[in-house]
Ligand binder design. Structure first.
Ligand code: NAP
Length: 462
């Protein structure tokens, strides 16, 4: 028995040590980079940079820093007066050329957005664009439970943080591929890459996870075509986005100025697919790596509402307890495994009693969606089924009813039309279909993926 216990201790200790060493090397790599001569971006990638949202915060500081490195700038922002101001100041102070493209990024995918995207394509046409900084990002309405926020404001986050970034990259990257060189910097967030969850900012954090995954994918796709793609993921930066509450309630040593962040950010361009450019943020990332997920979740759930409610700063004992539990990360991993095993051995819970008599399932006519719908019906749950093909929906609905004594409702909905008048109409039909029903389970199963191709080869609309 004693031998088994010590073996366990050795195994856990080794995992902890390996984890610590890996993190330590990350910090070492950071320090090594700080000591190296910064890259000559203009010579290596090209003479122009495109940057989105350069009129304040991090974007403005990044634009100045790129100009200081000798790059001409294409500035993409929504406010003509502010754009003119930034553009004029940068050109005057740093002797570089600038072009401004007025673009309210939240209008992407509308007629006005398409027109602005065309203007951006025209502006970069023929320029030796070496660096693209997808800095634009919004977090409004800020710290709110998902059900409290206006859907439109959440969709604006999705459009600006995710859709704009994808479309602007698709506009600039083909030129880089032709020239065989370039760097794409996508500004993500530490809240998404270093923390397992960031409650009350779930949509924002989810879009930033997309930024990290998208960057990593493109990094692999384009590395051997001479293009460096990178996600830069800072924690709190002192800008309009990080409200005064965050600044006052967060440990000030960890909140960096946009200028400091941009200086480090430009230095990191081209060094790997993911980075946290600032040292204070690196240290936070390092600490965060030792904090078990459940502790982070509880802490953030206690802390993030303070951004909204303007409560006092968190008690110091809570931070101390975080540091203490950091040491038991490996043990927490074992507990997660145990919890998984325990769940496998437990009797399945009664979903109908626990949550409600109806479930909504999107994309239930084939694959995983079909199996999930069948499994829910097997457990006595009535189903609202959403798909674009009426015949397939009917067939699935009949098949489920023939096997299980449940009720079904079918809503024909081409989910790719969401955000259009037809999509709004289908959304209304969905709301009418579930009105008055005791819907206890929602399975957002529907999902699509593009055909296998490099980003610059595929149709942006797809
Ligand atoms: N601040 C942080 O703590 C933090 C942490 C991690 C990551 N980030 C990321 O860093 C990036 C920059 O954020 P920030 O903190 O610098 O934000 P910020 O100070 O709030 O600046 C926002 C910028 O976005 C522009 N903008 C907002 N809505 C727009 C729209 N619809 N169309 C065009 N431009 C629009 C603003 O233009 P106007 O000047 O016209 O308003 C402004 O230039 C974002 O991607 C953010 O997610 C920030």
């Amino acid at each position: 028995m004693a031998d088994a216990v010590s073996l366990w201790l050795v195994v856990l200790g080794s995992i902890g040590a390996l984890y610590g060493v890996a993190n330590f090397f990350r910090v070492l790599r950071y320090l090594a980079l700080c000591l190296r001569q910064p890259r000559d971006l203009r010579r290596r990638y090209g003479s122009w940079a495109v940057i989105t949202s350069p009129t304040s915060g991090l974007g403005r500081s990044m634009a100045v820093e790129l100009a200081r490195a000798g790059l001409n700038l294409v500035l993409v922002g929504r406010d003509p007066a502010k754009l003119h101001d930034v553009s004029e100041k940068i050109a005057r102070c740093h002797g570089v050329q600038t072009k401004a493209v007025v673009f309210d990024l939240s209008l992407v995918s509308t007629a006005e957005g398409d027109e602005a995207m065309r203007r951006l394509r025209d502006a970069v046409e023929g320029l030796d664009v070496g660096v693209l900084v997808n800095n634009a990002g919004v977090a409004k309405p800020g710290a709110l439970y998902f059900h409290e926020a206006e859907v439109e404001s959440l969709m604006r986050i999705v459009r600006v943080n995710l859709q704009v970034l994808t479309e602007v990259t698709a506009s600039v990257l083909p030129g880089m591929v032709e020239r065989g060189r370039g760097a794409v910097v996508n500004v993500g967030s530490g809240s998404a890459v270093a923390l397992p969850s960031f409650p009350l900012y779930s949509v924002y954090a989810a879009t930033k996870r997309y930024v990290a995954a998208f960057s990593k994918g493109l990094y692999v796709e384009y590395k051997n075509k001479g293009i460096d793609v990178q996600c830069q993921a800072p924690f709190f930066v002192e800008t309009n986005m990080a409200s005064s509450v965050v600044k006052s309630s967060f440990y000030p040593q960890f909140v960096v100025t946009p200028d400091a962040c941009a200086r480090a950010a430009v230095r990191w361009i081209g060094h790997g697919p993911l980075c946290m450019p600032n040292l204070a943020h690196q240290v936070q990332w390092w600490f965060a790596g030792f904090v078990p997920g459940v502790i982070n979740d509880a802490y953030r759930l206690a802390k993030n509402p303070q951004h909204r409610d303007m409560l006092r700063p968190s008690p110091a004992w809570f931070f101390l307890s975080l540091v203490l539990v950091g040491g038991v990360y490996a043990a927490a991993f074992s507990f997660r495994l145990l919890a998984y095993l325990a769940l496998c051995l437990r009797r399945p819970s009664d979903l109908r009693c626990g949550y409600g008599a109806w479930a909504v399932v999107t994309g239930p006519t084939s694959g995983i969606g079909r199996s999930v719908a069948l499994e829910l019906a097997r457990r006595g749950i009535n189903l609202v089924l959403l798909d674009l093909d009426a015949a397939n929906l009917q067939e699935t609905s009949d098949m489920i009813k023939s096997r299980h004594a449940v009720k079904t409702k079918a809503v024909v909905f081409d989910l790719s039309l969401v955000g259009t008048p037809q999509g709004d109409e289908a959304m209304r039909r969905l709301r009418a279909a579930i009105d008055g029903l005791d819907v206890g389970v929602l399975v957002n199963n529907a999902g699509v993926w593009s055909s296998m191709a490099y980003l610059h080869e595929v149709d942006v609309e797809a």
